[in-house]
Structures are given as structure tokens and as C-alpha cells.
Design a protein around this ligand. Structure first.
Ligand code: CP
Ligand code: NVA
Length: 307
């Protein structure tokens, strides 16, 4: 594992290995055992979009590992004034030990990896959000045990979360049903790749997707970058694509709800359901910290976690 650009680059063993390391680092932190595995290492964190969880969890995680995080807003970098990504990659590779980047285009993340010489971590693009899905899978393991054989359902916009969830769920051996309105379905490349996968279904009907589901996921109707379309999307999504008690009545009786946050309450999820599942939703947010530390120690080759 040289980078974390997208989940489809991982083998099942690598995915499960990251989750196992995440659980181990969480346990050590709770027990007060220090883990200064990245002493002397610096992580550059490039942000072209807003963030609460990703920024703080990577920054705190890097500190807990004994290394240093460096926050780099695109507005303050020459990249924001047009310096090519391939030059930025070659320069930053000479100062830093790894880069986490949150941006719009997946191709920019791929270019950093191609032209740089250090590990690159995708902290969210329009296409994928791999770190979030790792945290979600880790949380589901804590609650449900095995991932293999579970039924996941995603309701709403076929965005970065939906795309990465499809890949992550199928890699982990779960099944996944996605319910999105026409025109807002997951990326065509994902649909093409998994169209005939026996554990993947796509529907416009949320009740069909959520039926007997063990875990139901949702996300905002308008992602970062879609703000201008927010009103139009609201009209399209509001009648059917909300996780509420009526929809969850067809799920497994012990259904668990996950939301990557931030949530728009009374839009994609009711306040009632959000609060009923808040414990696991905030555990999911916490697990960003633990699983991203796992990603860092694997990518930076810490011998205790050699893979
Ligand atoms: N879930 C998530 O990535 O949150 P932030 O946008 O706050 O980083
Ligand atoms: N789909 C959302 C996820 C935020 C963490 C977005 O891209 O804005």
C-alpha cells in the first residue's frame, strides 16, 4: 500500500488490516498507551474545501503519533494561483513525509501521487471519500461484529459517499443497495464496474433499498460544490429520500444508522432518527481519528504495523 487514493486500490486483506490497526490504536489511546511511531515525520494537509472532522482528526492523530501536521489552505498556496499540481507535488515531496488532500477533482489527487514521491491520502474529492468509509466500517464492526454478510443501504444523492460505500461494502463482503433519484445516481464508472455484482443493487425506491437492511447510510442532498443547486435538489429529494421512522420500519429491527456529518436535519434525516442513532453517528466521527492513524502508520511503514 503506497497511497490511499480510493478504496478500489486496496485488497480485502489491506482493508481489514487497516481496520484492525484502527481498533488497536483506539484501544491503546483509551488505555493511555503512547504510540509515538511517527516521531520526526510531517504530514501536509491541503484543503480546497471546508472541513471539521477531517482536519481536526488528522491533525490530532498526527500529534498523537508523535509527528507534526501542517495545515495548507489552497488559498494560501501558489496552487491557488495556478501553480501546476505536478510541480507542487515535486516540491512538497522534498519537505514532507506524506500529504492528505481534500479537493474537487479526483485527478488532482492522482496527479499528486504520480508526480510526488511520498504517500498521498484522499481526504475527500467529488468522487470519493475513502477515509470516511474506513471509519464507517470500523464502527459497524464494533456494533455488529463481522461485516461479511451484512446488508447496507444508502439513501440519497449518489455522491462521493455513495461511490466509496459501494466499493468498501463489496470489498468487505457486505451487500449494498443504493436508492437515488434518476440523474443523481452514483458515478457511471462505479455503476459500470459493479452492475452485475450479485451483492449490489440500484433503485429509485428507498423502501426497496432499506428493506431488511442492517445499516442505513445517508448524506446531504447537496455536497460541497453543489451549493448553487441546493434548492433544485431539495425539490427532487424531499418527498422520498429522507431517512425517517416510516422508512426505517422496513429495515432490520436492530438497524443502525450512519451519517458522515455534517447533517442537514429534517432534510436527508429527521432529528428524531438522528438522535436515536446519535451514539453510533458520533462514534463514527470519532473513528475517523483512529482509522486515519492506522492509514498513516501503514503508509509510513511503521514496523509494528508492517503490511
Ligand atoms: N465527514 C467529514 O468528512 O467531515 P468534514 O467535512 O467535517 O471533514
Ligand atoms: N458528500 C459530502 C460529504 C461531506 C463530508 C460533501 O462532499 O460535501
Amino acid at each position: 500500500m503506497n497511497h490511499l487514493l480510493k478504496l478500489s486500490d486496496l485488497t480485502k486483506e489491506e482493508l481489514l488490516g487497516l481496520l484492525e490497526t484502527g481498533h488497536d490504536l483506539k484501544k491503546k489511546l483509551k488505555e493511555g498507551i503512547e504510540t509515538p511511531y511517527l516521531k520526526g515525520k510531517t504530514l501536509g494537509m491541503i484543503f480546497q474545501k471546508a472541513s471539521t472532522r477531517t482536519r481536526v482528526s488528522f491533525e490530532v492523530g498526527m500529534n498523537q503519533l508523535g509527528g507534526k501536521p501542517l495545515y495548507l489552505s489552497v488559498n494560501d498556496l501558489q496552487m491557488g494561483r495556478g501553480e501546476p499540481i505536478e510541480d507542487t507535488a515535486r516540491v512538497l515531496s522534498r519537505y514532507l513525509d506524506a500529504i492528505m488532500i481534500r479537493t474537487y477533482e479526483q485527478s488532482d489527487v492522482e496527479a499528486l501521487a504520480e508526480y510526488g514521491t511520498i504517500p498521498i491520502i484522499n481526504g475527500l474529492t467529488d468522487l470519493y471519500h475513502p477515509c470516511q468509509i474506513l471509519a464507517d466500517l470500523m464502527t459497524i464492526q464494533e456494533v455488529k461484529g463481522e461485516l461479511e454478510g451484512l446488508k447496507f443501504a444508502f439513501v440519497g444523492d449518489g455522491n462521493n459517499m455513495a461511490n466509496s460505500l459501494i466499493v468498501g461494502a463489496l470489498l468487505a463482503g457486505a451487500s449494498i443497495s443504493v436508492a437515488s433519484p434518476e440523474g443523481y445516481q452514483p458515478d457511471a464508472s462505479i455503476l459500470e464496474e459493479f452492475a452485475s455484482h450479485p451483492k449490489f443493487t440500484l433503485t429509485e425506491n428507498p423502501y426497496e433499498a432499506v428493506k431488511d437492511a442492517d445499516v442505513v447510510f445517508t448524506d446531504v442532498w447537496a455536497s460541497m460544490g453543489d451549493e448553487a443547486e441546493a434548492d433544485k435538489r431539495k425539490q427532487i429529494f424531499q418527498d422520498l429520500y429522507q431517512v425517517n421512522s416510516q422508512l426505517l420500519s422496513v429495515a432490520h429491527p436492530e438497524v443502525m444508522v450512519q451519517h458522515c456529518l455534517p447533517a442537514h436535519k429534517e432534510e436527508e434525516i429527521t432529528t428524531e432518527i438522528f438522535e436515536q442513532h446519535a451514539h453510533y453517528i458520533f462514534e463514527e466521527a470519532e473513528n475517523r481519528l483512529h482509522v486515519q492513524k492506522a492509514v498513516l502508520v501503514h503508509l509510513l511503514g511503521v514496523p509494528a504495523y508492517a503490511s
